[in-house]
Write a protein that binds this ligand. Sequence first.
Ligand code: CS2
Length: 498
Amino acid sequence: MNTQSTVRLANKTLSQVPKSIVVPTYDRSKLKSGIVHVGVGGFHRSHEAFYTDAYIQQSGDLDWGICGVGLRDSDRKMQAILEAQDYLYTLIVKHPNGSIENQVIGCLTGFMLGCDEPNAVIQKMADAETKIVSLTITEGGYNFNPATNEFDFSNPDVIHDLANPLEPRLVFGFLAAALKLRMERGLPAFTVQSCDNIQHNGDVTRKMLLAYCHKVDSELAKWIDAHVQFPNAMVDRITPATTEKDVAYLQDQFGISDQWPVTCEPFHQWIIEDKFSLGRPQWQTVGAQFVDDVTPYENMKIRLLNAGHSVLGILGSIHGFGTIDESMQDAVFSQFLQLFMDSEVTPILPEVSGIDLTQYKQTLLERFANPNIKDSLSRICSESSSKLATFLLPTLVENLQRNGDIQCASLVLAAWCYYSDKGVDRFGNSLNIIDAMSERLHNTAAQTANNADAFLRLTSIFGKLIENQRFLKAYQGYVEAIYNDTNVKNHMQLMLMM
Ligand code: CS2
């Protein structure tokens, strides 16, 4: 039990933080905000902010503090907590052997809410001090139709933003308004740096922003086309959602009150194309890697790690598991993951010098099995409508084109249909399904009883997959199997024996 007094994490209490916790020693009061970051969730705080803090700490370069931005009302809690802590928070790094390293991250300089003060956010991005606007807005935040890859102008928020350009809701409205001000003021363009799990995340951001801007102001679109850089990057660090236990751990073990720490694994990777309009932190000095072409790295990561997570997430949820590590403890699940990676993903990944795929997959299995990272399947399965479309479907489509294996992916999609239709695990416990499309997913999947391929009619997700006879046969077979026997492990086992 804790007998020590509690210290609330803040600038003036940093010196009271126990010595076993690393704290920033640079002068935070002199930090500039060279970076404005949209989407200050756990992942941003364990990744870009972690690298940036390490860089500032090591170099003393104070130009690259990060001003956080949240666009939605749901970001209000993060704003309030960070503000009360002078934008300090603790990173709790949990190793598989049980050891834990804690550090206080100091590079956040502020936090603004776009829904409260849109103009202030636009002005901040347009400020000459801002050199990079980075984004962690999740796959769905890019607002493209996954089947056509085109910007979705039918989104009501887009319609709102086009009518109210100075009070936007979506990131594209903010970027357009801020870049327009910079163009008018004769200021150089900032870099727009995506940190999301999307293949060619920079190219996608560029395409979406330009599509939007063409509707706003064609001169602006031309200016952005000519001046703004959008580096592609691969980002990686498993960061489960923070729990009450994490807050209690800091309180009980160290007497620190931090209301929103971040827990993560020790592994981290950031591979970036070196294209920045206005300079950047020297992140390579603290472990980031700059390359000319990020394609092979992002393919490998998104199609193995992220898709692998979804495979365990969907099947594990129906089976009644709660976390990724719990699923990995079941040999059928870990072997099934290996089968998926070896037979469906590896054959479509080109060989790249310097990348040892066998080693990469082995490391993945170890990372997923880390018993101290309790990554909940509800987090993994949240927004599956965007995730499966970006992580899994491209692999399936490619395998169909080259006559490759499709069984694992087909089983997962059939399981996703059952998951969306019934919303319960095999014991009848309800699942916490978080998805912007959850209602449509449910309504469409619920037609399965009358028509085995009903779910595939969601063409904005599945495109023309329904027309492929080989896939249709496999999918329908698995739908029938799962609806008859919800113990998905039986179907996985059969596949492992083939
Ligand atoms: C996960 C990612 O939610 C998901 O889909 O696969 O959040 C994953 O943990 C990160 O990309 C790891 O870098």
